[in-house]
Design a protein around this ligand. Sequence first.
Ligand code: DMJ
Length: 451
Amino acid sequence: MNKLHLLLPAVVLFLLFGCTNTEPAQSSKEQLAELVKAEFVHTWEGYKAHAWGYDDLKPISNSGHTWYDTTLVMTPVDAFDTMLLMGLDEQAEEAKELIFERLSFDHDMMVQVFEINIRLLGGLLSAYQMDGDERFLELAEDLGNRLLPAFDSPTGLPYIQVNLATGETAMPVNNPAEIGTLMLEFGTLSKLTGNPEFYDKAKNATLVLFNKRSEIGLVGTMINVETGEWENTESHISGRIDSYYEYLLKSWMLFEDEDFLTMWEASFPPVNQYLLDRVESGTWYGYADMYTGERTRTNYGALDAFMGGLLVLADSIDLAREIQESNFKMWQMEGVEPEAIDYKTMEILSPGYVLRPENIESAFYLYRETGEQQYLDMGETMFKSLVEYSKTESGYAELSDVRTKEKNDAMQSFFLAETLKYAYLLFAEEDILSLDEYVFNTEAHPLTKTW
Ligand code: DMJ
């Protein structure tokens, strides 16, 4: 490991910030963009040194981790387009070589369709669109074909798991997020390969799910793909539902298929009618029963923070501002946001922080929309706390408790795919990526209409 490489970002940070995240956020955008890039390079160096070829880096034990029996080279695929956006050509070449040398989907193992789709299929498709190397598309098509059997249920809704080699499926009790977050990737794959099957199967699943909404227009948390029955009827915008809404709107934006606009327009008003909650501590989205709309919980968390960005795309800017104010309040409770809080009592319900991007992502969208300094400042504060509390010798570590800042030996690939990408794009020049041309999948892989 090159020691100078490790030290440089720390020295620059010290000179710029004088070290703690409680000081006023005042660095220039350009400096901040360079700092984010330096942290990305630091982490990539750690991955190279300790986890080369594995899915993830373990940033405390300095070792590698794979999700399944065999690696799917997740971190390089997830990180590749961030490298291109940051102008890190050398690192992009390294990642590309590793991907083409090691990545194969021909493995007899069960995988989680949603995660493999958003990280790998999404990553390969954006890599193809941005880099142009046909091998990315070949890998994407091979993966898409291996994921397709997931839709072979009596309802057409996908199973949670599929075997990449045999097409065997497992886990029939799925959720709206894992069902409804396939369209951008499967749709793009169809557009790029000319095979409509991917688009049609993912769209059909979205339509079937949409038609299972209650009379008041809400969806629940868990649905059985074999019977079509809801098994958990709590509605919210948190994990297990969140990106279903994101993909309704973004699928309309990317494919201009009116059916998605219709579904979005029917689905989103009920979310604001029944889940949105303005209380003393701020504006939040809570939980409610999907049939009655009655409040069941006043929980909110790091995942829910994506809503600020989605509201910008939905052109609800005032509401986006309100939500982002609450998002940032949640971040400031302990200097890093916890996974979940009760927004009525402002009590922490789940104290971990797994390097999630959503809060910074929403600050990015709001800054692009309004140009206001306050969103840059929020981003700066959040980025500085990450450096202060999560940085390790080889990368960045999750926090098992934001109160104690105790670290956990794990770094999900979305830290490089999303968290640092959105931080970089927040501070970098706008022309690096125009939101008029690109739609991000939920793992921050930019997709564009090249068809
Ligand atoms: C990512 O994999 C995606 O952003 C997903 O939509 C939610 N979970 C993580 C990040 O928090």
